[in-house]
Design a protein around this ligand. Structure first.
Ligand code: MEV
Length: 808
């Protein structure tokens, strides 16, 4: 399989393995609105929003109506603004334009749960926000928000003044100016707002013929309470300008306008998540934290990245602002200007890793914005849809709205950084985009997932690809008649592997999706240390299979201690090394299970898989009862090749790793031919038989994989050849020691090289004879003699095969 094919295969696998972006709310994580209905539901510990994303729109609206009895839910579907109202709002009005409205779920802000309306056309934004909100609330206790008083600055320019004296006069008369200003906004004062102060700033110097004069600005600081405040501030600037000019006694009045850069009206959201709780997909917490910090540093140092970084934040902020009727252009202007205040243009979020007093590490994320949000006034009164969105959001105050906006912006940024750092953003994005394409191309709902998977696997997302798919399945014409049977939907089996042990530097996790034939029920296999899982796994793969995997991994740890790989560093590429080793051991297990469970048919299956992997186009049929192991094997090989192509630059190493997998497939299959009597075993071909059999313990792979943790500058093709030879020597030695030990344990399996050796030497009945054992082991050493030039006695003596391997 080529790199691109393997990659696409893996993308399909991942597209199915990845949990839905909007994860379901678990029992007990309920929204706790003041609404009594919600409280009731909450008390019952029901999962209100569980599966919300999977419901049809009609059912979602019905749920909203139940949760908010006063809500006119239909307003979201039918629209609220009449043409007459729209005409009153803008000039030359010709109608309205629409945007989808969705709900950001799982937001826990200062201990209160919020349902967040979001309006935008871009897929994946709402899903990502909801998913991160859940993650932050479960692992970090939610977002903590701080907001300051809603004070806006209104600017009045004076041209041609002496700045020093004008400043002195304004400062001396500031109370008078404040009182004058308040006398012109009595309603705002009655609500608790009004003018809070005055300040001045020199803008620049004017060079006139006889003297230099200054241009200054006087700023009125106005507490606008629940309003956005720009209109009031503009009005007050106009009303107070003459009064202030009289105080200054000179100069001309210039512009009078409020600023959007409302640095008095700040909102900050932050979260703190223990690093050990950051694990996501198959990366551990530390890796995720480091990935986020690296992504953040990129945005700090490269302005092109900063732009996209901040755009992602505003995806969330703007969407909520639009849904709640806020002035999103003002919010945008303030945010981007604020990003430049330290000089340069910087990312609006900040991330760092910090330790608490006990030494536990946390990832801290923060977003701070000057932000003007209103719960009253402006368009909020003219468009009834905003009554509905504010009701759904829990009737937040202006400051709470600001807190929601910064939290959603932070969630959005964290989601983007995590996705970029961990798996690349495109996959999630394209999957949702692909859904839209499929819908727009008229694909019936029951086929959407299938079509999306197809587009992902092809890596092309367009209507043409959708049509190809529909045609290919000969259902295109049926679709036209509107008659698609449910049975055409694919099902997928899964395999989840989790290997955990204190001697392994980390937990190793692997997820696989396995295509299931239409006439078969999906199988969901879990390979974990849970006793039930172990039992189920052992049934198909042979007793103690889980322990076998674990022991080979532990043995590999021991091997690296003695093989003296050049510049080997245990921690370097540790996750990749573990994952690759796990896959190779699993491949070995699955091949063995196929050969053992399906006998001659198994040999044919492995022969076919082997030829296809080697590039042949053979078509072969798998009995449907054997699909699971076969498909699991091909997925494992595809996944293995993907990781190799993706991560390993050294061509010789890549080739050696693939080649050794092929040798294992071939060797295991050949060795079973002897066992099933298809190939007769003789003294002449015994060395070939034991060579094939030794691939049961695939330590060559383990040694080759460890090269990834070495100093790459010292890895030549000669060195790789040496490791392959060393691996084969160790495998032969290991298999011979293991099989002699099995005789000592009275094991009756005939898949034993020692028993077969006894047989061809006519000594069947003398398994326990010490002389035979010694002679057999010596004959294997002779087979190994001269294969490698270095002295392997140290390796052989130090590795305690018997301890590690023989009792599983
Ligand atoms: C896409 O609308 C926004 C992102 O590009 C933001 C980012 O890269 O941080 C995903």
């Amino acid at each position: 399989m080529s790199y691109t094919k393997a990659l696409k295969r893996l993308q399909t696998i991942r597209a199915h393995v990845a949990p839905n972006l909007v994860e379901e709310t678990k029992e007990g994580d309920n929204s706790t609105h003041s609404d009594s209905m919600l409280r009731n539901v909450s008390n019952k510990k029901a999962s209100i929003w569980s599966g919300f994303h999977q419901k049809p729109i009609k059912d979602r609206i019905n749920l909203l109506k139940r949760l908010y009895p006063t809500l006119d839910g239909d307003i979201f579907l039918k629209g609220s603004l009449t043409p007459a109202q729209a005409d009153m709002m803008v000039e030359n009005c010709v109608g309205k334009i629409e945007l989808p409205l969705g709900l950001g779920l799982n937001f826990l802000i200062n201990g209160k749960e919020y349902v967040v309306p979001m309006a935008l056309e871009e897929p994946s934004v709402i899903a990502a926000a909801s998913s991160v909100a859940k993650f932050v609330s479960e692992r970090g206790g939610g977002f903590k928000v701080h907001t300051t008083a809603p004070v806006m600055a209104s600017q009045i320019v004076f041209i041609g003044v002496n700045y020093s004296s004008a400043k002195y006069l304004v400062d001396m008369n500031s109370q008078k100016i404040v009182d004058f200003c308040n006398s012109h906004c009595r309603v705002m004062v009655s609500y608790g707002g009004g003018c809070r102060g005055v300040r001045t700033k020199k803008i620049y110097e004017l060079q006139t013929e006889d003297e230099s004069r200054d241009v200054m600005v006087v700023e009125l600081l106005i507490d606008v309470q629940e309003s956005m405040g720009m209109n009031l501030c503009n009005t007050l600037a106009e009303r107070c300008s003459e009064f202030i000019r009289n105080i200054i006694g000179e100069g001309k009045i210039g512009l009078r306008i409020a600023t959007n850069l409302c640095v008095e009206r700040m909102a900050t959201s932050f979260f703190k998540i223990p690093v050990d709780k950051l694990a996501w997909k198959d990366l551990n917490g530390k890796e995720v934290a480091q990935g986020i910090i690296r992504a953040y540093e990129f945005a700090v140092h490269d302005i092109k990245r900063t732009a996209t970084h901040n755009k992602g934040i505003m995806n969330g902020v703007d969407a909520v602002a639009l849904a709640l009727g806020q002035d999103w252009r003002g919010i945008e202007a303030a945010a981007h200007t604020y990003a430049t205040l330290d000089g340069g243009y910087r990312p609006l979020t900040k991330y760092r890793i910090a330790k608490d007093t006990s030494g536990r590490e946390f990832l801290l994320g923060e977003l701070e914005l000057p932000i003007a949000c209103a719960s009253k006034g402006g368009v909020l009164g003219t468009n009834p849809a905003y009554n509905a969105t504010h009701l759904v959001a829990g009737q937040p105050t202006g400051r709470q709205i600001a807190g929601i906006l910064v939290s959603v912006g932070l969630a959005q940024n964290f989601a983007a950084m995590r996705a970029l750092a961990v798996e690349g953003i495109q996959k999630g994005h394209m999957t949702l985009h692909a859904k839209n394409i499929a819908v727009s191309a008229g694909v019936p709902p029951n086929l959407i997932d299938e079509v999306v998977a197809f587009m992902s696997s092809k890596g092309t997302f367009d209507v043409g690809t959708v049509e190809d798919y529909m045609k290919a399945h000969k259902i295109y014409s049926v679709t036209k008649k509107g008659n698609i049977s449910e049975s055409s939907k694919k099902t997928f089996s899964t395999c989840f592997v989790k290997i955990d042990h204190p001697d392994l530097a980390e937990t190793i996790i692997l997820n696989l999706i396995i295509e299931t034939p239409e006439d078969q029920k999906p199988i969901h296999l879990s390979i974990t240390q849970d006793p039930e899982d172990k039992k189920a796994f052992g049934k198909i793969f042979g007793d103690h299979s889980y322990d076998w995997i674990l022991k080979i991994l532990l043995l590999s740890n021991q091997l690296t201690e003695v093989t003296e790989l050049p510049g080997y560093q245990k921690t370097h590429q540790a996750s990749l090394c573990y994952r690759l080793k796990l896959i190779t051991i699993l491949i070995n297990r699955v091949v063995t299970a196929i050969l053992r469970n399906y006998k001659e048919e198994g040999i044919e299956i492995i022969e076919s898989v082997y030829s296809v992997c080697k590039g042949s186009n053979v078509e072969y049929k798998i009995p449907s009862s054997h699909f699971f192991l076969h498909n699991l094997l091909t997925e494992l090989i595809a996944t293995y090749r993907y990781y190799i192509d993706e991560n390993i630059d050294n061509k010789f190493l890549r080739e050696a790793l693939i080649e050794d997998i092929m040798i294992s497939l071939f060797g295991l299959k050949e060795s079973y031919k002897y066992l099933y009597g298809i190939t007769g075993l003789t003294k002449e071909n015994y060395s070939i038989f034991i060579g094939h059999s030794s691939k049961r313990i695939n330590l060559t792979q383990v040694l080759l994989i460890d090269i990834l943790a070495c100093d790459q500058s010292r890895i030549t093709s000669e060195y790789i050849k040496h490791i392959v030879a060393l691996g084969q020597v160790i495998e032969l030695k290991a298999v011979s020691i293991r099989d002699v030990h099995k005789a000592e344990l009275n094991d009756n399996s005939n898949y034993n090289c020692y028993y077969n050796w006894l047989k061809i030497h006519g000594k069947d009945a003398q398994r326990m004879n010490e002389k035979n054992k010694v002679e057999f082991l010596k004959s294997v050493d002779e087979l190994n003699a001269g294969k490698i030039s270095v002295d392997t006695s140290k390796i052989m003596n130090q590795i305690k095969f018997n301890l590690l391997l023989l009792n599983v």
